[in-house]
Design a protein around this ligand. Sequence first.
Ligand SMILES: [Fe+2]
Length: 386
Amino acid sequence: MQDFIFQMPRKTEIGFFKSRDIAKIIKEIEIQRVLVVIDYNLKKIGIVDQMFNNLKKENISFTVFDNIKNEPTIAEIDQAIHDLKVASNFDEVVGIGGGSTIDVAKLLAVSGSIKGSIRDYIGINLIKESSLPTIMVPTTSGTGAEVTPNAVVKDPVEGWKKGIVSSFLIPDRVILDPELTMSLPPKITAETGLDAFTHAIECFICKKSNTMSDLFALSAMRLINTNLHQAVKEGGNKEARYNMLLASFYGGIAITNSGTGGVHALAYPLGGKYNISHGLSNSILLTEVMRFNAGAVPEKFVKIAKAMGIETINLSQEKAVRAALDVISKLVDDVGIRVENFEVSEQIIDVLAKSAMFEERLLKNNPRPIKYEDARIIYRKSLVMK
Ligand SMILES: [Fe+2]
């Protein structure tokens, strides 16, 4: 009998080579001028050429914006908004790439309602107007950015990443084409895949979880547990790539309707300090944060164990929880995540724990309160001490 709101994109298409149909999908609505926001590195991939050729063949007028760095800064996005004048020059925004590219595309699509700098819109629901129509085409299986109402921007002044959250950032249409993920190297596949797993498990155990977000979160965990290892070890496995892209999308739906918690809160300072990927930061902390949380919501960890393929019927709650934690730890180890390279001192642990305390939005959603001392213990257990 829980009250909740459920949101997701208007239309999603999934299938190998679906992205080649992008011209047809664009033409479903009356569009004259399209802004295509794309990851610079993707332009080298033949399949993107095919997308562009299809647009030309269908006489769709489009402009390509590919000046996006990984983790763009507030100033870079402000500059793009100023240069492109999206609201007056375009009718639709298409984003093709990883999480950063899609986040920029989402922000450009709402830029008509942004006065001044996007810095003033950091926070929740400060963007209050509809965007231009959007189509998002993810090329990694991890962030779920193609679904979420979030855009992450880097603030070089304060040194860490911040979130702009608004329902108006949720894309309209999504194309999930696993072919675009086939050439991802094992390291990126592993780290992004564990980011997706972190979304699923955090959304499932967190305070804002609800019966609908749980459906997607549990399915994502099941899919990732059975496909991530194969996608990492055998990148050409089409079924594993398909299932990982779907799982990432499910994880994104879970974020949109629930939210992440302690792993993400502690991962942001870690990623900033060591300049490591978001997925890797989460992976390093995942097991210890889950050990910390398990006692607060043991019944949920029994359900996680079931989703991860453990036969729980003859197990006590305690044993089922332990089995779930073991499978999570194995999932991280099996895809080669190691922390030997991140030796830290007590002084660094102190800085990380203090920074994590600023992530109030995420900490508030964690099933068990994480205080400064708790954060120190989790970092200490997750990292190799000098
Ligand atoms: Fe994430």
